[in-house]
Design a protein around this ligand. Structure first.
Ligand code: ADP
Ligand code: LRH
Length: 480
């Protein structure tokens, strides 16, 4: 069989890329066609995504990619663009770190109590869930004018093809979907005054999503027809699809701007214990559930690096490796770290407030961040196994954080489990594989994972050191 080429557009919160995956029965090769920064912009109204520059990056990427058999798009979750009656974008999409959702959850819970919301949607509380964003937007001129809401990957797909849809894995992050049925919760939306008619019809990973418009073909130099295929358009859904696990007893951590740590399940866990532990039930491929916790992730480091004027990352990580271990830790699950700005100071303040030594140098602060992330990984993996009653033997780390060997090693030590790190571009690979599967090139999810395990470079870290030290650090935080 001939090898086919698929373009994966993968937009993370810190960068976007267009990757080309070449897939055959025993082949899976990924190359980067184009990478571009994703820089949110603070305007007087708040924090916004520069979605036009992202779209320009997508077009540049498709031009650089050359001939492909199909295109798939994934991005970060929850955010959306609004279209007017003419189908034109109304303003710049609001960033999920924007302050507009502060205090909104309490208002929502006065109408639909938090426990009821969890039982209905399975989604953890996060201030930026689309449901809270739409509640915050109620009464604005822009929402009043809107006739359609498209999640970010669906918006870009619309611009590429002229066709509208709402891809299910990402729709599950709106907090308006029932994870048992994979369908809208009309009752929840109605009680909160959210108009579900704004959403385009649902589509699933693997569904056809239109053809590149003639204008796009002209812009990119591609020869049509070029189909767009729906993938797991939530980047985390695509990344989990590309976890190269060979057995069933695995946990995963998708590390990038966020760390998403948990399990792949066949049914949601909707217990009160699960809600209290702030675990989410997002939808994955083939009706699977991504049972996971959001951890602040490398955002903490990105924001420090920005504050320090972008020093060399390798040198910083060497200093962190040499700094004293587990001297001070912060709660990397704390939403207090969500907003941008003053990150080194905020981390120092959290250490001081919990009576720990205050890290001073960039190396010490970086060590504090990585120790804290490893500790949060440990807690999430332990909690997930307990709450879902599903023990694991191995932790897979995928995403940009796999390039941080110190983080991978600390995570293995903290979890007391072997860590298998890789692939780095997991979301793009999951995106490519779902396109290939839709075109009959690869088998089921297990088959996709076996192909990944055979073809992708992976690094194994065995747990070392004294587990007691991690227990002690955990106790220090006196986590609620
Ligand atoms: P996202 O998709 O959320 O934008 P990525 O998966 O691209 O994030 O991961 C980005 C993160 O990966 C960076 O914040 C950085 O901490 C880490 N990273 C990238 N390159 C390296 C590197 N060479 N060494 C160590 N860490 C790296
Ligand atoms: C990671 C991610 C994560 C969401 C967050 C908004 O990129 O999609 O899964 O919770 O962004």
């Amino acid at each position: 069989t001939a090898v086919k080429a698929y373009a994966a557009v993968d937009l993370g919160a810190s960068s976007g890329r267009v990757m080309v995956g070449r897939v055959g029965p025993d082949t899976l090769e990924l190359t980067e066609a184009h990478r571009f920064p994703n820089r949110p912009v603070l305007v007087p109204e708040g924090l916004r995504w520069d979605v036009l520059s992202l779209y320009a990056g997508v077009l540049d990427g498709l031009r650089a990619a050359g001939p492909v058999d199909s295109v798939g798009i994934d991005s970060w979750a929850v955010d959306y663009g609004l279209l007017d009656a003419d189908g034109e974008l109304l303003g710049n999409p609001v960033h999920y770190r924007d302050a507009r959702t502060e205090g909104v959850a309490e208002k929502v819970w006065a109408t639909v109590p938090a426990a009821e919301l969890y039982a209905a949607t399975g989604l953890q509380y996060a201030p930026f869930n689309t449901l809270y964003q739409l509640t915050a937007a109620a009464g604005t001129a822009r929402l009043a004018q809107a006739r359609r809401l498209l999640l970010i990957p669906d918006l870009l797909s619309y611009w590429l093809t002229g066709e509208q849809g709402t891809e299910l894995t990402n729709a599950s992050t709106t907090q308006l979907i029932d994870p048992r049925t994979g369908d809208w919760r009309h009752d929840v939306a109605a009680r909160l005054g959210i108009d579900l008619e704004l959403f385009a019809p649902l589509r699933r990973p693997g569904d056809p999503a239109g053809l590149l418009r003639p204008q796009v073909l002209a812009e990119t130099g591609l020869t049509g027809p070029v189909p767009v295929t729906a993938v797991g358009s939530h980047d985390t859904a695509s990344a989990v699809a590309a976890v190269p696990a060979v057995g069933e007893r695995f946990a995963y951590i998708c590390t990038g701007t966020w760390s998403l740590a948990g399990l792949e399940l066949t049914a949601p866990v909707l217990t009160e214990d699960s809600r209290a532990a702030n675990f989410t039930n997002e939808l994955g491929l083939d009706g699977t559930v991504r049972y996971l916790r959001n951890i602040m992730g490398l955002w903490l480091l990105q924001e420090c690096v920005r504050a320090w004027g972008e020093p060399d990352l390798d040198a910083l990580l060497r200093d962190a490796a040499a700094a004293p271990a587990l001297r001070s830790v912060v709660d990397a699950g704390d939403a207090a770290f969500l907003a941008p700005g003053r990150m080194p100071e905020r981390i120092a303040e959290a250490c001081r407030a919990s009576g720990q030594p205050v890290p001073r140098t960039p190396g010490e602060i970086t060590r504090c961040i990585l120790d804290s992330l490893a500790l949060a990984h440990r807690r999430a993996i332990a909690d997930a196994q307990r709450l879902a009653d599903r023990p694991v033997d191995v932790v897979h780390i995928v995403g940009g954080g796999t390039r941080n060997a110190l983080l991978c090693r600390l995570t293995a030590d903290a979890c007391g489990l072997p860590v298998v790190a890789g692939p780095t571009e997991a979301a793009a690979l999951g995106n490519v594989l779902v396109q290939a599967r839709a075109h009959g090139l690869v088998g089921d999810r297990a088959g996709m994972r076996r192909l990944l395990a055979r073809t992708q470079p992976l690094t194994r870290y065995e747990p070392q050191g004294d587990a007691e030290r991690w227990r002690e650090a955990e106790a220090r935080l006196a986590l609620r």
